[in-house]
Design a protein around this ligand. Structure first.
Ligand code: SF4
Length: 231
């Protein structure tokens, strides 16, 4: 079975899954979408209202913002595979419960194995926690980490950044660094050397008077001639 067939089979299993209580109120399960050849995988937390209605990940406001973020990295949605930690909507957009994440974990693991992406961008705490259970996102966001033999770049969740403008600039900057990280073998490129400190300002050189056609003759003083330098 090739990658596409495997991903389709996982999606079919998700659509009929009843392994956790989240299936009870879902309209549609949201398995994920993207090309089977994608080298970059994005993992969010769980579907919201729009995603639940459409059965697609990251639609609505957070989806539009994600498209903007991907553009910062020179990417389009059609370049990446996008899915979530839990495939059914938690009621009222609450955080997924640990038991729900655990129940849904085999689907995510199967998607990662099938796709075998070069890099995984986690969006939000719960997604990061799948790979880095002890990490704090406020500390490591935007920094590539090797975990479980894979390259992970933890990022804030786009929806969180929409509600907390302070995070938005961080998220935009983190996505803008993705091409450099990939070009640098999966590590942060070295910071550019700081610009040399500005030299202390030297006093303005005295401006000599322009030469005149007929330089004034040195004044004769009692103590002798005063040398007048003309430039
Ligand atoms: S969230 Fe995952 S485990 Fe729970 S019902 Fe949906 S697909 Fe199944």
């Amino acid at each position: 079975m090739d990658t596409l067939e495997t991903l389709q089979q996982i999606a079919q299993s998700v659509a009929g899954c009843q392994k956790c209580p989240l299936h009870q109120k879902r309209i549609r399960a949201v398995p994920g979408e993207g090309p089977a050849s994608a080298e970059i995988m994005l993992i969010g937390e769980g579907p919201g209202r729009n995603e639940d209605e459409q059965g697609r990940p990251f639609v609505g406001n957070s989806g539009r913002f994600l498209t903007e973020l991907l553009a910062k990295a020179g990417l389009k949605r059609s370049d990446v595979f996008i899915c979530n930690v839990v495939k059914c909507r938690p009621p009222e957009n609450r955080d997924p419960e640990p038991a729900e994440i655990l129940a849904c974990r085999p689907y995510l693991e199967a998607q990662i194995t099938a796709l075998n992406p070069k890099v995984i961008i986690t969006l939000g705490r719960h997604s990061m926690g799948h790979f880095l259970s002890q990490a704090r996102i406020s500390v490591i966001h935007g920094r590539p980490v090797k975990a479980g033999g894979r390259l992970i770049i933890p990022m804030y969740h786009p929806a969180a950044a929409l509600h907390q403008p302070a995070l938005k600039d961080d998220l935009l900057a983190d996505f803008a660094r993705v091409p450099a990280i990939l070009a640098n073998g999966g590590t942060l490129p070295p910071e550019p050397a700081p610009a040399p400190a500005a030299l202390p300002a030297s006093p303005e050189p005295a401006i000599s008077p322009p030469p005149t056609a007929q330089p004034a003759l040195p004044e004769k003083k009692d103590e002798g001639l005063v040398q007048l330098t003309l430039f």
